[in-house]
Design a protein around this ligand. Structure first.
Ligand code: ADP
Ligand code: MP5
Length: 259
């Protein structure tokens, strides 16, 4: 059985973060492991509190995982502060982790900051270069390249500029633009578009977390990156299309419908 590790924050309401990742990995028929960087008190209406793990404790969790059950792929989500980021990067290097997908989570769908400004620099310097692919959404890509992104041409320019900075592949998710749900993968050559119809479902809590962990699963299964993104997007689209409607705000996906 393939093993996939998620390093992320907990969402007690089960829609995003560690919980979305574990559901995704499990539904893919793989063994899920988790290193928790922070507890969040959140639900479909917002993030109401964040309790960060001590950096040494994040390191201890990683030691326990890597010294016992070696993951075939690693997804990284919310990492919240610079010290935690540095420990994660050091441990990933120490254990020569493979198939790393970094989702540079900065702001939740509901608009709360999940990464301190000082941490953003550490993320760019330490963690993003370790990713086989990084998966910013539009506001995150804007923060990383320092330019507004309003259309597909801007997405392409941003992907190249971010990719040149981090030295790896970039998937910019276009969920925040209008029209079709277009994501752009840039891996050094010609960019590749992944286009799906926009689903009229306001319940998009956890879409980014789900997509990045589904990519990690496909990489663990041995698919090349382009195919991994294609499969992950198909999974996400089905889970969103299923139209689960839970909570008073932007609700979670239906993972059981993803496969
Ligand atoms: N309404 C929608 N219909 C179909 N796909 C969507 C929709 N909203 C987002 N997506 C897709 O969900 C994935 C996550 O994108 P996005 O919402 O931009 O990221 P994040 O959750 O990190 O903000 C992308 O593949 C995006 O194209
Ligand atoms: C712990 C945690 N990690 C990530 C997100 C972002 O997810 P989304 O942008 O899909 O709301 C979140 N809300 N909570």
């Amino acid at each position: 059985m393939k093993k996939v590790l998620t390093i992320a924050g907990s969402d007690c309401s089960g829609g995003a973060g560690i919980q979305a990742d574990i559901k995704t990995i499990t539904v893919h028929g793989m063994y899920a492991m988790s290193v928790i960087t922070a507890l969040t008190a959140q639900n479909t209406t917002g993030v109401y509190g964040i309790f960060e793990a001590a950096p040494e404790f994040v390191g201890q969790q990683m030691d326990c995982v890597f010294s016992d059950i070696r993951p075939d792929a690693v997804k990284i989500g919310m990492v919240s502060n610079a010290d935690i980021i540095r420990v994660i990067a050091r441990k990933l290097r120490e254990y020569a982790a493979e198939n790393i997908v970094v989702d540079p989570v900065m702001v939740s769908t509901s608009g709360s900051a999940l990464l301190s400004p000082a941490a953003q620099e550490a993320l760019v310097e330490e963690l993003l270069p370790m990713g086989r692919v990084i998966t910013p959404n539009i506001p995150e890509a804007e923060a990383l390249c320092g330019k507004k992104i309003e259309n597909r041409r801007d997405m392409r320019r941003a992907a190249e500029s971010i990719g040149e900075k981090t030295g790896g592949a970039v998937l910019i998710k276009g969920g925040h633009l209008e029209g079709e749900a277009c994501d752009l993968l840039w891996d050094g050559g010609e960019p590749c578009w992944f286009i799906a119809p926009r689903i009229e479902n306001p319940n998009t809590h956890g879409t980014g977390c789900t997509l990045s962990s589904a990519i990690a699963c496909a990489l663990a299964a041995g698919y090349p990156l382009g195919e991994a993104v294609k499969r992950a997007k198909a999974y996400l689209t089905k889970a969103l299309k299923a139209g689960l409607d839970l909570g008073k705000g932007s609700g979670p996906l239906n993972h059981m419908a993803g496969v």
